[in-house]
Design a protein around this ligand. Structure first.
Ligand code: RET
Length: 251
């Protein structure tokens, strides 16, 4: 994650300012992931969830066993910042409206925060109640990308349309694996913490550096007619209509 960040910050210098926002967003994503992994690798950002399993027996009273399972909560801090940034990358590529971007980002933040509450749930109704709420929020995100995103990108050139279909499709497949892993690990306790760490590490590499380099290399290689961000995102406030000296070579 650290190496990806450095490479992407380096690439950001080499592209025209109208394309730079994608590099900046993507470098932020891998930077936050680096911070979160550094925390987890050094023992920060980890707590315990204590839960009790009750077993019923035929002739003796119920027995209760209390377990403590590690919750890597730094992940949720990472995800609450990086998943909205990933959505912004896709939304800006598609040309999604501001209102729809806001809905996607807010739903996404609700999804991660309720996922965090689920991870600390102490009884089934609480854990799976929060999980169900998180899944509803996730469906809102899917709707924004799959329906509104597709509608928005329909107004763009064919290269962008095809690219959005591929990268948004890839994103939806990878993202959908997160709640499945969660259900098997933190939720259902079917796989142990070590397997959970490996599974999330693979998904994180796909969702961040692989996604990021794919997005940036494809976007950079597209002709100058494909999406770039004018206005505030490349010029700042109050510069409309003014001539910027060195605009041609400053890029
Ligand atoms: C949780 C559990 C609750 C239900 C749902 C979840 C979805 C998580 C997602 C995470 C995506 C993370 C990414 C990280 C990038 O590195 C919180 C696991 C729906 C979709 C893309």
């Amino acid at each position: 994650m650290a190496i990806s960040s450095l490479v992407i910050y380096g690439l950001a210098f080499r592209v025209p300012v109208q394309k730079r926002l994608f590099h900046v967003l993507t470098a932020f994503i891998t930077t936050f992931a680096f911070l979160s992994y550094f925390a987890l690798a050094t023992g920060d950002g980890i707590s315990f969830n204590t839960y009790t399993v009750t077993e019923s027996h035929k002739r003796v009273p119920d027995t209760h066993q209390t377990y403590k399972r590690e919750v890597y909560w730094a992940r949720y801090v990472d995800w609450s910042i990086t998943t909205p940034l990933l959505l912004l990358d896709l939304a800006l590529l598609a040309g999604l409206s501001g209102a729809n971007i806001l809905v996607a980002v807010v739903a996404d933040i609700i999804m991660i925060l309720t996922g965090l509450f689920a991870a600390f749930g102490t009884k089934g109704s609480q854990t799976w109640g929060w999980y169900a709420i998180a899944c509803i929020a996730y469906l809102v995100v899917v709707y924004q990308l799959a329906f509104n995103g597709r509608q928005a990108v329909a107004a763009k050139d064919s290269k962008t349309k095809a690219f959005y279909a591929s990268i948004a499709g890839f994103t939806l497949v990878v993202w959908t694996l997160y709640p499945i892993i969660w259900g098997l690990s933190e939720g259902g306790h079917v796989i142990n913490v070590d397997s959970e760490i490996v599974a999330y590490a693979v998904l994180d590499i796909l969702a961040k550096p692989v996604f990021g380099f794919w997005l940036l290399f494809t976007h950079d290689s597209m002709s100058s007619t494909t999406p770039s961000l004018e206005g505030f995102w490349s010029q700042g406030f109050g510069s409309q209509g003014t001539l910027r000296v060195g605009d041609d070579d400053d890029a």
